[in-house]
Design a protein around this ligand. Sequence first.
Ligand SMILES: Cc1cc2nc3c(=O)[nH]c(=O)nc-3n(C[C@H](O)[C@H](O)[C@H](O)COP(=O)(O)OP(=O)(O)OC[C@H]3O[C@@H](n4cnc5c(N)ncnc54)[C@H](O)[C@@H]3O)c2cc1C
Length: 390
Amino acid sequence: MAGLSIWEKESFFAPRDIVIAGSGLVGLWSAYFLKKKNPALSIAILERGMIPTGASTRNAGFACFGSATELIADTMTLGEDPMLELVEMRYKGLKKIRKIFGNKAISYERYGGYELISEQQGMDMDILRSNIDRLNRKMKKIVKKEKTFRLNDDKIKEFGFAGIQHLIENPMEGQLHSGKLCLALLKEVQSMGVLVLNNSPIEGFDKVSDGVLLKTHNPFIRSSGSQPAVESLSFFANQLLICTNAFARQLLPDLDVQPARGQVLVTSPIEGLPFRGSFHFDEGFYYFRDLGGRVLLGGARNKDFEGEQTYEQAVTDPIQQELERFLRDTVLPGKQFSIEQRWSGTMAMGKEKMPVVQAVDNNIFCAVRMSGMGVALAPMIGEKVAGLMR
Ligand SMILES: Cc1cc2nc3c(=O)[nH]c(=O)nc-3n(C[C@H](O)[C@H](O)[C@H](O)COP(=O)(O)OP(=O)(O)OC[C@H]3O[C@@H](n4cnc5c(N)ncnc54)[C@H](O)[C@@H]3O)c2cc1C
């Protein structure tokens, strides 16, 4: 096998202060804030894919901080303070993203967010109103507005939805281009001197006295007969930060992190599409938005929790058919459309919704489990990581 050249050993594979596993939004924002705090740090990010291949480039691009019924449900499961802590992080995170990149570079637009309550859900109007009022009072100290959420049923007809009884509006919600955000952030950290190596999965690590010895693919492939063999390569970092989200248990098997596949589709352009904005349904299990005159729709994971608890990136007939049914029956009744694109991404879930940001060992840290709303969280998590690591 060809060995590394002395030049490669002393540059690409030189010992680092910090190696980050994963170049999704959390890995990139962590590198950004670590460098901001200490520009002298030598940091490399090792990404297993040619591009990030988890959730960050495969999501729906909602620049959101939580729909009303989801936050009400979170209050019950998490408790009020943790729910508000998450909302505050997302709200501040969105501000940070826009401040750093501006709206244009990431195609940020704000047409508001809406939550659809169906006739079938049969919610009592008085209970709904009082829940929204209570939530608004709690949100006031975060968003500095009297009413984050308000009932706006008048728009149901204008938007053309069928079978919908109530619409809860949040005018502060926006949408962005996830690919542009990841690329802008990648360029930013590279300009700060962070080395990003792609096609470099971290396959394991050994703790050594003053750091961590990381194992990744050796880029030099030896032919043995007709079969090329890939051999592993180790290199040293003082500290390892694991930002592999849904895939975290491959490196840290004891973490409470499970993969949750999210499937998405995009329609053909729809003439006279009657709505703009981002829309939530069924506690956030369904979500859709306009996208250049088309509709991007995702979710329905709650129709097959078990089947969607998978690392496999694929779309499946039952979920895609359910998404199409929802489009036909509720979102675009009577409209002509075809489906032009379908994909899936992998989220990270656990028994709790709070992200896991912690020291695992002396020199090993992790920032994972971003659930289904990590775009806004990621910069705040990156900042937290920079405070946590020496
Ligand atoms: C379909 C879908 C829709 C979503 N919609 C939204 C939305 O509209 N708004 C919102 O806020 N959030 C949304 N999310 C959630 C959001 O995208 C995630 O919370 C966020 O991107 C997580 O970022 P991350 O960096 O933690 O993880 P990831 O983006 O998954 O990054 C982890 C990276 O680690 C890499 N990796 C894995 N194992 C290894 C290894 N051993 N070595 C090296 N690299 C490794 C992976 O290739 C990946 O690039 C959605 C997610 C999905 C799947």
